[in-house]
Design a protein around this ligand. Structure first.
Ligand SMILES: Cc1ncc(COP(=O)(O)O)c(C=O)c1O
Length: 420
């Protein structure tokens, strides 16, 4: 469910006509619905309320300060993956006691900042990282909770690039390593090995792989407890899939129903790290048609948003629905159209072979379900300034990140004296 819908033939975000926003804010433009974000967060919170789970929004999905503030005010915690994300979360008003920090490559300075901020858990991805966190804590004389990240070797049946809990993936540690580290927990006197973490991938549509991973993780929790470690938390990661096209994903309620019996039995505190589920269908990307052309029988609509603005179609072959901002007539003529960007790469497309009404230059298109892994993965490739971002709440809307300018493109660059 989301709040982008046609009213009187015009696409609206909540109560505001999208065209009105574009007139003032231009294209390409990311547009987010405040109430959709909150709805999605609350659906997960409600589904897992029987175990009072802590929902740590995976801010890598969409890290705009206004998005973070929306969720922080609703009581969300945050899953961060870098020192930069930690700082942004804190700036947005996150409670550090609700922050968990994953990443296979945490730098010493990032670890230090997180310990000083008083975060809830580090999700630890290697033995050397565990030693490093212990050393930093010893230096700071601060005890710190950590969760070991188990790679459970489970296939979540999703795209290879977003599979993280399979044996060939760089994430987490195998069962043997996790058990060995738990058995030698006394080597880490500054750390409290209070949690276990699993995150098996993203855009997962069914409960089975989650159940398999959780079962394996709970086996480790039991092992830790037998070793005298008071392990009381299981972080089951993110990964809930959403509808981009014709998927029929499990709902948060289905998911909870499938895993809660396991979790309740083991009496662990539960943490979740959903990103895509909260942000994905809360945002769209608006773009304007620049030109139309036919070549070798192919019809192309060349639009002003490209792979630098939304890389998911090029990177993963991801599907995003594309629909005109002006509602097409029901049963009207459609033409198979490739919607492509202006970037000098053949891989620069937003959608191929889409049945769209006959378009003309100047028409506005909405690329749906672009709220997660959209703006955050954008770049300045081809010296293209990044788009603006807007948030709508009811009848109000506000630019929450201004469009980049030419000055932004060259900020930080200098000409060396030998070239002057
Ligand atoms: C450790 C971790 N947690 C949570 C997430 C969020 O996943 P999703 O957006 O699929 O919920 C990711 C995504 O890559 C992740 O790596």
């Amino acid at each position: 469910m989301h709040r982008f819908h046609y009213i009187n033939g015009q696409l609206h975000c909540e109560e505001v006509p999208v065209r009105e926003i574009v007139r003032k804010a231009g294209t390409p433009l990311y547009l987010y619905s405040y109430n959709t974000l909150l709805d999605h967060y609350r659906q997960i919170e409600k589904a897992f309320s029987p175990v009072k789970a802590l929902i740590c929004y995976a801010m890598k999905a969409n890290g705009n300060l206004a998005v973070l503030r929306t969720l922080a005010k609703a009581g969300a915690g945050f899953d961060v993956v870098s020192g930069g994300e930690l700082r942004k979360a804190l700036q947005a008003g996150a409670n550090p006691r609700k922050i968990v920090y994953a990443s296979v490559g945490k730098k010493t300075g990032e670890i230090e900042a997180a310990v000083k901020a008083g975060i809830l858990f580090f999700n630890v991805e290697s033995e050397q990282e565990l030693e490093q966190i212990n050393a930093v804590c010893a230096r700071l004389k601060r005890r710190q909770q950590v969760s070991l990240r188990l790679n459970p070797n489970v296939d979540p049946h999703t795209h290879a690039f977003i599979t993280t809990g399979h044996k060939a993936s760089k994430f987490g540690m195998d069962l043997k390593t996790v058990r060995r580290l738990l058995a030698s927990h006394r080597k880490y006197p500054w750390l409290i090995l209070g949690g276990l973490h699993v995150h098996i991938g993203s855009q997962i549509l069914e409960a089975r792989p989650f159940r398999e991973a959780i079962r394996k993780a709970l086996g480790v929790v039991a092992f830790a407890r037998r070793k005298g470690i008071p392990m009381n938390t299981l972080n089951i990661g993110g990964g809930l899939g959403i509808i981009y096209n014709k998927e029929e994903p499990q709902t948060p309620a289905d998911y909870a129903q499938a895993v809660l019996p396991l979790l309740k039995r083991s009496r662990v505190k539960v943490i979740l790290e959903p990103g895509r589920y909260i942000a994905g269908n809360s945002g769209i990307l608006l773009t304007r048609v620049l030109y139309l052309k036919e070549s070798h029988g192919h019809r192309f609509a060349i639009v002003d948003a490209g792979m630098n603005d939304l890389i998911r179609p090029s990177l993963y072959g991801a599907y995003h629905r594309i629909q005109p901002v002006l509602q097409p007539k029901q049963g009207g003529k459609t033409i198979a159209t490739d919607v492509v960007g202006p970037v000098c790469e053949s891989g620069d497309f937003l959608g191929k072979n889409r049945k769209l009404p006959p378009l003309k230059a100047g028409d506005l298109l909405a690329v749906m379900s672009a709220g997660a892994y959209g703006y955050v993965m954008s770049s300045n490739y081809n010296a293209r300034p990044r788009p603006a971002e807007v948030m709508v709440r009811g009848r109000q809307w506000k630019i929450i990140r201004r469009r980049e300018t030419f000055q932004d493109l060259t900020r930080g660059e200098t000409l060396p004296a030998f070239l002057r």
